[in-house]
Design a binder for this molecule. Structure first.
Ligand code: TIU
Length: 221
């Protein structure tokens, strides 16, 4: 297999197409559109919408090159039996499972839980339903990645300091090399976006590499 390189910080990352996966974290209506979980928590969803277009460019490039594409969704069973009571009441108020404009908030099968149309999964692309912030916790993501011989993860999605960061840390401990295109991740808090990315690449890529959508698209060619 031909070795390629992603231009990245703190240094360039070598990779091979066949052992690379794109992981699109929680690009769900509940986080990215008005009326969902993100807004219920008091956030302005316009902050995270800038990631949609760059994500689409990386998604298109990955699909063109035959890179494994995996999507994740945060959410719970309709009876909420997989939602820890502490998560249910976080913020002093119950949002998860209550009725919003896009159905029951963060509940599987509801409109708000689904992935936004712009980045909708294609047939054959695994969709990982996760009850937590990290995509490895109580899911078969690691098994799927191992079965495909994956070593490198391009991680996109929302939010940078919550589900993206948790997943990158989980992946790093499992031996994956993660690269995060900074314009393909979004936060409701600009300062958290900045520091969440700095934390990843500090200390010689302690958790992973930071790049951008153009460098990812160029590297995949
Ligand atoms: N609240 C927030 O920033 N994020 C989440 O609750 N989940 C994800 O990041 N997906």
């Amino acid at each position: 297999m031909t070795q390629k390189t992603f231009h990245a910080e703190p240094f360039d990352l070598p990779f091979e197409i066949g052992s690379t996966a794109l992981v699109m974290i929680d690009m769900q209506r509940d986080f990215v559109e008005p009326g969902g979980f993100g807004e219920a928590l008091g956030n302005d969803v316009s902050f995270v919408r800038s990631a949609i277009e760059p994500c689409k460019r990386v998604l298109d490039a990955a699909r063109r090159q035959g890179v494994l594409v995996i999507h994740t969704r945060e959410g719970h069973r309709a009876d909420l039996s997989d939602c820890p009571p502490a998560k249910l009441t976080r913020g002093g108020q119950t949002f998860i499972g209550t009725h919003g404009p896009m159905g029951r908030i963060l509940v599987r099968g509801e409109a708000g839980h689904d992935i936004i149309p712009e980045l909708y999964p294609q047939a054959g692309e695994p969709v990982i339903d996760k009850p937590g912030k990290g995509a490895f916790y109580q899911t078969d993501l690691h098994l799927i990645l191992q079965n495909h011989g994956i070593k490198t993860l391009i991680v996109c999605g929302v939010t940078t300091e919550v589900c993206v960061n948790t997943t990158v840390r989980e992946a790093n401990d499992r031996g994956y090399e993660c690269i995060i295109p900074q314009d393909c991740v979004g936060s409701y808090f600009p300062e958290f976006q900045k520091y969440a990315l700095e934390m990843i690449k500090a200390q010689g890529a302690i958790f992973g590499w930071v790049s951008d959508s153009s460098a990812i698209v160029a590297g995949l060619q």
